[in-house]
Write a protein that binds this ligand. Structure first.
Ligand code: PGA
Length: 253
């Protein structure tokens, strides 16, 4: 059976009360695949969200973390702090962090290692800009990110990482990659992972698509063989829309 993960990336949205209300609405849907669903919230909402989701099977996580355990890093949050909250997942290397907050493949790599050590599942984002796609070098660019981000990570740990392919030109733009474009790159990434490690690691890796996924286009993306789910921004803010995407995945199992 194909494995799925449907991950909602709230970005900088929702207060604690709004997060709890969303959790109550989502739980009320009695999702068929609650264990394959997670919500990635701002740090401030994580404690309340975790309590509200407890026992539901639905996972939760953060959208960033620092790679150092503690110290003089004003404004940052460490892996032990996330561990203390009981988070299941953490997004790393989202294109918005790479673009606006100077995230590099080097810091992404350090963050992946710190999360793996703590047993938190990283959701690693990769993806090319419109400029790179139009130049015809999208695959080379994305392969470069994958190779750099996995540097020094052994096969057992690599297998625990979830990759999200998010073409930057499709994020928040309403311009979804066609199912064929998304499938082509997800299959290519799987091949890159198989090349670094082995076929079994590539075959079993969860590779998500992200970029304007919504209830109306989710099924055609999710039914592609190399797409194991979605990292969903805008459409994860409403429980109805997010649940509809989760149900689209469950219907394919
Ligand atoms: P979007 O965002 O679904 O709003 O395009 C996806 C993401 O950036 O994770």
């Amino acid at each position: 059976m194909k494995k799925f993960l449907i991950a909602g990336n709230w970005k900088m949205n929702k207060t604690r009360a709004e997060a709890v209300q969303f959790a109550e609405e989502l739980k009320a849907k009695n999702l068929a695949n609650a264990k394959d669903v997670c919500v990635l919230a701002p740090f401030t909402a994580l404690a309340d969200l975790g309590c509200a989701l407890e026992g539901s099977g639905i996972g939760f996580g953060a959208q960033n973390v620092h790679f150092k355990e503690s110290g003089a890093y004003t404004g940052e949050v460490s892996v032990p702090m996330l561990k203390d909250l009981g988070v299941d997942y953490c997004v790393i290397g989202h294109s918005e962090r790479r673009e606006y907050f100077a995230e590099t493949d080097e810091t992404v790599n350090l963050k992946l290692k710190a999360l793996l050590e703590a047993g938190i599942t990283p959701i690693l984002c990769v993806g090319e800009s419109l400029e790179v796609r139009e130049e015809g070098t999208a695959q080379t660019f994305v392969a470069g990110q994958v190779v750099a981000d996995f540097e020094g990570i052994g096969p057992a740990d690599a297998a625990k990482i979830v990759i999200a392919y998010e073409p930057i030109w499709a994020i928040g733009t309403g311009k979804t990659a066609t199912p064929e474009q998304a499938e082509e790159m997800c299959a290519f990434i799987r091949g890159v992972i198989s090349g670094i490690y082995d076929m079994a690691t590539g075959d079993s890796m969860l590779i998500l698509y992200g970029g304007s996924m919504k209830p109306s286009n989710a099924k055609e993306l999710l039914e592609k063989p190399d797409i194991n789910g979605g990292l969903i921004g805008g459409a994860s803010l409403k429980a109805d829309d997010f649940a509809a995407i989760a149900e689209a995945a469950a219907s394919l199992q």
